[in-house]
Write a protein that binds this ligand. Structure first.
Ligand SMILES: [Zn+2]
Length: 91
């Protein structure tokens, strides 16, 4: 069980949240080639280690959050509001 410390509600169990994907993907500019949009929609990394993810607190405040989670241990290092700039830790 992952515990996510929502900045609005406090620590909650993972079951209250919905995973919403990779938070490091950026939408290409409107004049970008089709390959850039293909990668934006379909291509995802599968990192082993720290990853910045979108989580939606669906059964709580309904806010989108950025969560820094280790993909092997499920340790959560940081939880921030959606507008916060969050870097992927090197270790
Ligand atoms: Zn919340």
């Amino acid at each position: 069980m992952i515990r996510i410390d929502c900045p609005y509600c406090g620590p909650r169990d993972e079951v209250e949240f919905a995973y919403r994907g990779d938070a490091t993907v950026r939408r290409p500019s409107a004049d970008a080639p089709a390959d850039a949009f293909y990668d934006y929609v379909y291509t995802r990394r599968n990192p082993r280690g720290w990853h910045v993810e979108w989580w939606h607190h669906a059964a709580g405040c309904r806010q989108f959050l950025k969560v820094v989670r280790h993909t092997m241990t499920h340790e959560v290092r940081q939880v921030a509001p959606a507008t916060t700039v969050v870097d992927v830790p090197s270790e």
